[in-house]
Design a protein around this ligand. Structure first.
Ligand SMILES: NC(=O)c1ccc[n+]([C@@H]2O[C@H](COP(=O)([O-])OP(=O)(O)OC[C@H]3O[C@@H](n4cnc5c(N)ncnc54)[C@H](O)[C@@H]3O)[C@@H](O)[C@H]2O)c1
Length: 312
């Protein structure tokens, strides 16, 4: 049995990861400061003897004994990470330093939840791992984008300088049950608006494209990466390459919810990327991973979750 630390374990992705690791027979220590996460996401795990919860902010050092560390702590949606941008940078940079320092002390393997945002508004499409990105260093998204880029730098410097076993996953848009209902991410936004009969907000003309990965597939990818051969450090894109524009997504949500909501159009936010799609060749080659859940099934499960959550 491995003892595994999951930072940000009470968040959307972290709670699914904790759940899966416990189901695999591991012993999980979930660390979270509840900035965007919630006890509700993990309440079904609290009484499990293989689950332990610690309230802690990873911008401060942590002393625990574990075999593996998944570093997921960081607010992920623009609404949340722009609320206190200095704290966002601190979580990304000081948090990474603290987790890398811990991994070095206890000789643990450490995985970083990086992001497709490191590619910024990409000139290369789809995005491959060797692309260096086009990121604004002083914009309102920079606390997140540059924070995550600096965290990647720290991971690779610890690897080169201290021979740490690192894994860097570049996560693309992921959706599923336990997303925050009001954090402005497009899938949850559209579903909540549709279920509540509100207008569906489309930014720009709705022609910008995204690709969406169902949470179960993403968690498979993270666990495969963590347990891959030591020389597989990443960065590795983990996401679903099926691309669609926002009008197509809205049509799917309206159909699956049976909603009569209307579409309304608002100006595009600053630095909003026009296109985003992962090239997942490397994940296929190194991890034997590819997403399995189609949008129809993933959206149906997410709609069912929000129907229940909104009526509770
Ligand atoms: N969901 C996605 O589509 C997506 C895409 C790319 C990258 N990611 C990355 O995956 C990770 C998890 O994302 P998510 O969607 O689950 O977001 P989330 O906001 O639901 O979860 C983040 C968790 O981290 C916790 N946290 C934040 N700051 C902390 C701190 N200083 N100390 C301890 N805990 C802290 C929050 O309370 C929350 O529980 C993040 O690092 C995010 O950048 C997510």
């Amino acid at each position: 049995m491995k003892k595994i630390l999951v930072t940000g374990g009470a968040g959307f992705l972290g709670s699914h990861l904790c759940e899966r690791l416990i189901a695999n027979g591991d012993d999980v220590l979930c660390v979270d400061n509840f900035y965007t996460g919630s006890k509700k996401n993990i309440e079904h795990l609290i009484s499990n003897p293989y689950f332990e919860l610690m309230r802690h902010d990873i911008t401060f050092p942590l002393y625990v004994e574990v075999n593996q560390i998944y570093n997921l702590a960081c607010p992920a949606s623009p609404v949340h990470y722009q609320f206190d941008p200095v704290q966002t940078t601190k979580t990304n940079v000081h948090g990474a330093i603290n987790m890398l320092g811990l991994a070095k002390r206890i000789k643990a393997r450490v995985l970083q939840a990086s992001t497709s945002e490191v590619y910024g508004d990409p000139e290369m499409h789809p995005q491959r791992e060797e692309y260096w990105g086009k990121v604004n260093p002083i914009g309102i998204r920079s606390c997140y984008d540059e924070g995550k880029r600096c965290a990647e730098t720290l991971f690779f410097d610890y690897h080169r300088q201290h021979q740490l076993e690192i894994k860097v996953a570049r996560i693309f848009n992921t959706y599923g049950p336990r997303m925050h209902p009001n954090d402005g991410r497009v899938v949850s936004n559209f579903i909540v608006q549709a279920l509540q009969g509100q207008d569906i907000t489309i930014y720009g003309k709705g022609e910008q494209t995204r690709s969406f990965c169902y949470v179960d597939d993403l968690i498979d990818g993270l666990i495969k990466l963590m347990n891959s051969q030591a020389e597989v450090t990443g960065p590795i894109n983990i996401g679903n390459p099926v691309e669609m524009n926002m009008l197509q997504l809205a049509e799917n949500v309206l159909r699956l919810t049976g909603s009569k909501s209307k579409l309304i159009f608002k100006p595009l936010p600053q630095d909003d990327p026009a296109q985003r799609r992962p090239d997942i060749t490397l994940a296929g080659e190194k991890l034997g991973w590819k997403p399995k859940t189609n949008l129809e099934d993933g959206l149906a499960a997410t709609v069912a979750y929000f129907r229940k959550a909104l009526s509770a």
